[in-house]
Design a protein around this ligand. Structure first.
Ligand code: MN3
Length: 239
């Protein structure tokens, strides 16, 4: 990364005006990603499928731009540490101490972002069960008192995450359902927590429709939770 001083930025701008062909030549040859190992996973539904709760524009930008940025960064990180392609995303995030120190924070942020968003697209759906099903229902009642109380606690976890991050219902290391939040793109897996459901509370996840009203977004988000998928996550975590 080159840091432009004000003087060199001005010089570059002047050069660009004088020789547009130079700018075009540079724009036409972006640095090719080092690897193609990481691929943006498709959504299982259309960008407009979660309307009116999650708007089409937000879904499009969030998937094609935000998530895809993590993919590009991970493919470039392969040049720095090729261990990225040799273990599963889950295994790497579960023990970041195995990542070389000079790549660790970049892996934590970008692989965390990739894993969290992949999980997030899957845990939303336009159809399916509208409340917890199977073994997950009694487990939620036992852990939190009721589904409504679980929703209150998850919303509080999302509201309580200052700045950017995520709120989660997880199965913890003691095999107990619990509500947590994580900062930035930190994955629950980093602390041995297996996510059952989780919601992105970065502003980019809701600002186009809900502006600053994160609480409104958290409220409507429960309308699109994929409870069938949540049950599968729960069963796998408890196995
Ligand atoms: Mn996001």
């Amino acid at each position: 990364m080159t840091t432009l001083t004000r003087r060199s930025a001005l010089t570059l701008a002047a050069t660009a005006v004088a020789t547009p062909s130079l700018v075009l030549a540079q724009a036409a040859t972006p640095a090719a990603p080092v690897s193609t190992h990481f691929v943006l996973p498709p959504l299982g539904y259309a960008y407009e499928a979660l309307e009116p709760h999650i708007d089409t524009a937000t879904m499009g930008f969030h998937h094609k731009n935000h998530h895809n940025a993590f993919i590009g960064n991970l493919n470039n990180l392969v040049a720095k540490w090729d261990g990225l392609t040799k273990a599963s995303v889950t295994d790497i995030l579960t023990d970041l101490s195995k990542v070389p120190e000079d790549s660790r924070m970049a892996v934590r942020n970008n692989m965390g972002g990739h894993a969290n968003h992949t999980f997030f697209w899957d845990i939303m759906t336009p159809g399916g069960a509208k409340s917890p099903t199977g073994d997950l229902m009694p487990a939620i009642v036992q852990a939190f008192g009721s589904v409504g109380q679980m929703q209150v606690l998850l919303s509080q976890a999302g509201m309580g995450r200052f700045g950017s991050g995520w709120a989660w219902m997880v199965v913890n290391k003691e095999k107990k359902l619990t509500i947590i939040n994580t900062p930035y793109q930190d994955s629950p897996l980093m602390d041995g927590n297996i996510p059952v459901i989780g919601v992105d509370v970065w502003e980019h996840a809701y600002y186009l429709k809900h502006q600053y009203r994160r609480a409104d977004y958290l409220k409507v988000w429960f309308n699109v939770v994929n409870w069938d998928k949540a049950l599968g996550n729960f069963k796998k975590a408890m196995a």
